[in-house]
Design a protein around this ligand. Structure first.
Ligand code: ZN
Length: 262
């Protein structure tokens, strides 16, 4: 049996290739889930020439570099998104193992972060958050809280309920009072999922960051003339970003906030 230290450093080293391989699978999910295609079959193929992609052309990051970002058969360019998602996932996995160590909670957090990556890019592409991703994630988050007590099951349940209720009330208010579509049902599920995994406190921190980032970027893009007031900006990516910040730095934000009232 390896002692704790070497197991810990081994998990840190392995988190990067694991993240790259999972990220490669997340790319498949991002492309296929909104198109109602199966995840396992058929094998990876080029969307341009439909040719099957051999395993040696499907190695995360490395193949993109070796093929100079082009399909081996038809030379269609491979979107930079593919290596980006792989690198992003590897980075998130590494951060999680470094920050939380090697334990059962880390396994659940890797699942949670993987779901956030898929949701972010599907929402950016299609303006939807598939229920098949966010809904099953809520009970998985609650099970994680029972197994790890971090957050406690009570905090996880209240996190899911308050998260769903918060987005729902804002969406109804925006529709009734402002006659404007703001957040949708997908965002309700997403914040409920964040609450289930992180508990109600970090869920609120996630939401706060999401609103600030979302407002700044929207106003910036409108000011720059890239967007008009009528354009709907997907809110899911901001919630996901907020959740990542809350997960790794939220404790400090809560301490700072509580200290304001001391
Ligand atoms: Zn091709």
């Amino acid at each position: 049996m390896p002692d704790n230290l070497s197991l810990e450093s081994l998990s840190v080293i392995l988190s990067i290739p694991l993240g790259l391989v999972v990220g490669s699978f997340l790319n498949v999910c991002i492309w296929r889930i909104p198109r109602d295609e199966g995840l396992a079959f058929p094998g990876s193929h080029c969307p341009q020439c439909n040719g099957l992609i051999a395993w040696y052309d499907n190695i995360p990051l490395a193949s993109f570099v070796l093929l100079a970002g082009r399909c081996r058969r038809c030379k269609a360019s491979i979107p930079w998104r593919y290596p980006l998602v792989e690198g992003l996932t590897a980075g998130l996995f590494l951060m999680t193992v470094l920050h939380f160590g090697f334990n059962i909670r880390t396994v659940f957090l890797l699942l949670f972060l993987s779901a956030l990556v898929v949701i972010t890019f599907i929402d950016l592409d299609h303006g939807i958050i598939p229920h098949m991703l966010s809904l099953p994630a809520i009970p998985i988050g609650l099970v994680a809280s029972i197994l790890t007590s971090d957050p406690s099951p009570i905090e996880a349940v209240t996190g899911a309920l308050i998260g769903a209720g918060l987005v729902y009330l804002i969406a109804v208010y925006a529709e009734v009072a402002l006659k404007q579509e703001s957040m949708g049902g997908g965002d309700v599920n997403l914040l409920a999922m964040i609450g289930a995994f992180l508990g109600w406190r970090l869920m609120l921190v996630s939401f706060g960051f999401a609103v600030v980032f979302g407002a700044c970027l929207s106003l910036g893009l409108i000011a720059a003339g890239v967007l008009s007031r009528k354009d709907r900006i997907p809110f899911g990516p901001f919630l996901a970003l907020g959740a990542v910040i809350a997960l790794f730095g939220g404790g400090r934000v809560i301490d700072w906030y509580v200290n304001l009232f001391r």
